[in-house]
Design a protein around this ligand. Structure first.
Ligand SMILES: Cc1cc2nc3c(=O)[nH]c(=O)nc-3n(C[C@H](O)[C@H](O)[C@H](O)COP(=O)(O)OP(=O)(O)OC[C@H]3O[C@@H](n4cnc5c(N)ncnc54)[C@H](O)[C@@H]3O)c2cc1C
Length: 379
């Protein structure tokens, strides 16, 4: 079965890549291991308004819009992050993904569900892809968009992302209307945070990201939400997924490019990967288009893609990881102290006003703090 390009993984980044390549006139096949599109996706679907403006999401998939969020310290101090204009949009994640797939199919993308790719081989004049079920596909090139997947990245000769975090999520009834709320503290998450993101006055997506002990952290978040009368009593069943906390040593090879979570292109501070994944997909699409036209898809040529995405988000990823490591070392006492200082010195608002801190971009704020550490403790 010959195609110009095979895209592995029907998550948002893979589907978007397949759609755009088909729009450029390529014959594209999308291979997905699940038997069908997931009805429930373990992802909150929060994206920035910047991302929404660039990629134009359908209004029918928007569940909520936020211009503020309350962040809680471990002891319940509140920090209000408020802007005059909407900052974040919450998507119905499975609806959005299904809508994107429909668009891709309308553009001519062919799909194979229930197709778990487990082998890739460069044949010299193309790439051969094999699946667990024994199928074989050939193409000029392949885009790997299979989420966090060390087995496949090793099979593709791209090494593996060793570090990861656990992402947990559930949809739950809420006891009272609420805004977007974030929860910090070692009992809820090591290195990250928990959240409650309302869909309407009665339902919310509840989730957390943590480096360790996912089950204990879920209980910690549950206890805090319950103590604040935000959720009714009783255990809430969650789904859990690993998210990468690092990058592949190379996101390219002979005839292959890696995008999205597969390549580790997500915000290290929050685990948000939709926007950065789509931005990098745009670069992968342009690179493939150019290289297929020249007929040279060698590793050396494909390296242009990595240079492109690293110059776009590389600084954010390094700064975010450093920030994440520092935060992981803080105990609850130190987190309380930072909340106290931020509450009185208005540092977060000042950085937001200077555009150093946005929903997606945290690197400038971190660089500012490194240069001016006293801003953190100055009242
Ligand atoms: C709890 C949680 C909450 C999150 N909330 C947000 C959020 O609010 N905002 C945000 O931006 N990001 C969020 N994220 C991250 C976001 O979900 C990912 O960054 C995003 O889904 C990445 O898209 P992707 O297409 O790269 O990979 P994925 O969405 O992981 O899709 C990969 C696809 O590849 C398929 N696949 C895997 N292996 C194979 C194989 N061998 N062969 C064929 N197919 C394969 C999988 O079945 C899957 O369908 C969250 C993550 C978690 C865990």
């Amino acid at each position: 079965m010959n195609k110009d390009i095979l895209v592995i993984g029907a998550g948002p980044v893979g589907i978007y890549t397949a759609k755009c390549l088909a729009q450029r006139g390529y014959e594209v096949r999308l291979l997905e291991k699940r038997p069908e599109m997931a009805k429930q996706v373990c992802c909150t679907g929060l994206i920035s308004t910047e991302c929404a403006a660039k990629y134009g999401f359908e209004s029918e998939h928007v569940q909520n819009i936020f211009s503020e969020a309350v962040v809680y310290s471990p002891n319940g101090q509140k920090l209000l992050l408020k802007r005059d204009t909407p900052q974040a949009i919450m998507l119905d994640r499975s609806g959005f993904q299904a809508g994107l797939l429909k668009q891709a199919i309308n553009c001519g993308v062919q799909t194979n569900f229930g197709c778990q790719v487990n082998g890739l081989e460069n044949t010299g004049n193309g790439i051969r892809i094999t699946t667990k079920g024994g199928q074989t596909f050939f193409a000029k090139a392949a885009v790997l968009a299979a989420g966090y997947n060390t087995e496949l990245s090793r099979a593709a000769g791209l090494g593996e992302i060793k570090h990861f975090a656990f992402g947990l999520q559930a949809e739950s009834h809420i006891s009272a209307p609420s805004g977007l709320e974030l929860f910090t503290g070692n009992a809820i998450s090591k290195a990250y945070f928990g959240w409650l993101s309302p869909i309407d006055d009665h339902t919310a997506k509840i989730g957390l990201l943590t480096q360790t002990n996912p089950h204990e952290c879920w209980s910690g978040l549950h206890n805090v939400l319950h103590q604040r009368n935000l959720i009714p009593p009783g255990h809430i069943r969650y789904t859990c997924r690993q998210v990468p906390a690092g990058n592949l040593s190379a996101s390219f090879g002979d005839r292959i490019l890696a995008v999205g979570d597969f390549a580790g292109q997500l915000k290290p501070t929050t685990g948000g990967g939709i926007y950065f994944g789509l931005l990098c997909a745009d670069l992968a699409i342009s690179c493939l288009d150019k290289k297929i036209k020249t007929g040279n898809l060698s590793k050396a040529e494909m390296s242009e893609y990595e240079k492109g995405w690293k110059s776009l988000i590389g600084f954010e990823l390094s700064a975010g990881r450093m920030l994440n490591r520092i935060y992981a070392g803080l105990n609850d006492y130190l987190i309380e102290q930072i909340f106290k200082k931020c509450a009185v010195n208005g540092m977060i608002d000042k950085m937001a006003a200077k555009s150093q801190l946005g929903f997606d971009w945290h690197g400038k704020a971190f660089a500012h703090l490194l240069k001016n550490p006293l801003d953190l403790i100055r009242s």
